[in-house]
Design a protein around this ligand. Sequence first.
Ligand code: MRU
Length: 359
Amino acid sequence: MKIHGTHFRTLWLDEGRSSVSVIDQTELPHRFEMVRLGSLDEVARAIVTMVVRGAPLIGVTAAFGVALALREDPSDASLARALATLEATRPTAVNLRWTMKRMAAELGHKSRSERFEAALALAQRLAEEDVAINRAIGEHGFEVFRAIARDKGKDTLQVATHCNAGWLGTVDHGTALAPIYRAHDAGLGIHVFVDETRPRFQGAALTSFELGQHGVPHTIVPDGASAHILRTARVDVVIVGCDRVARNGDTANKIGTYPLALAAMDNGVPFYVALPSRTLDFSLEHGDAIPIEERAAGEVLEVTGVDASGVKRTVRVAAPGANARNPAFDVTPARLVRGFISERGVLDARDLHRLVEPA
Ligand code: MRU
């Protein structure tokens, strides 16, 4: 992804291999800053505080966190502590658990002297695979968009999305935004309605930032306006990312996705989920079993932004003493999803088993 004309990924290994650099997403869109993470604890803190976020990026960052822990101490106890610490950072995004299992399987039987190199190699491989998966999702999603444009005889598609499932949520390209970039680059007209995504504003702060950097026309709308927009603005397709999809297709994604899917169904707008295979949790029969992260009430009671002179400020919006709940994700029932756009093509909920079978 290009930022001010320079190509960036969201994380990279630093020279000397003793740290990784990531883009600090808590500072976007106001400041484009990198942070170096040099230890297990720094990586875990960056995930908890959402310096890095988005299911695929959380998984890959955690893989590097394991490698950094093993660089310091390659013992069995150190490996076990790294896996447990990282797995506890964010409960809903299953990519994290998938990655920790993969690391445990590949590193557990290695000798102490091999462990750091093996962990680093695996983390780098997972990062490259993430890029390839997202590129493939972009291709398959582009075909979906092309078909909709052809059927409706439209030059420009109106697309709606929620949260940030763009390159900032992955190593590069994004999942739900990958087809948008692919279509835009291929000359298909695209305009995106971006839900602001309270309470952390991943839509207004992150999706709008990256679409703007890529030159994709878009409009931010309050979350509460999205049903009205679907009803009145001739939206052609909704596409979102996901944090965990159960075997039956029930989909956990950022809070507010479920009402968007309901509104899409009510208005006859096809609702697609961009699903990398490592976000499928085939061990869960349905979405009720997906753990939903509850975050601090302060994220709801306060808002953070920059003032006219560029100074970051947090202000309270609720009355003193007011209480709040802050579930970070909701579950959209499979029946509301038109299709899952995976790296292996567009699948119906009934066909998700294909993603866990050998290619
Ligand atoms: O809390 P976040 O910002 O990590 O939530 C992110 C989402 O819900 C994304 O839609 C999802 O992780 C897909 S990112 C490609």
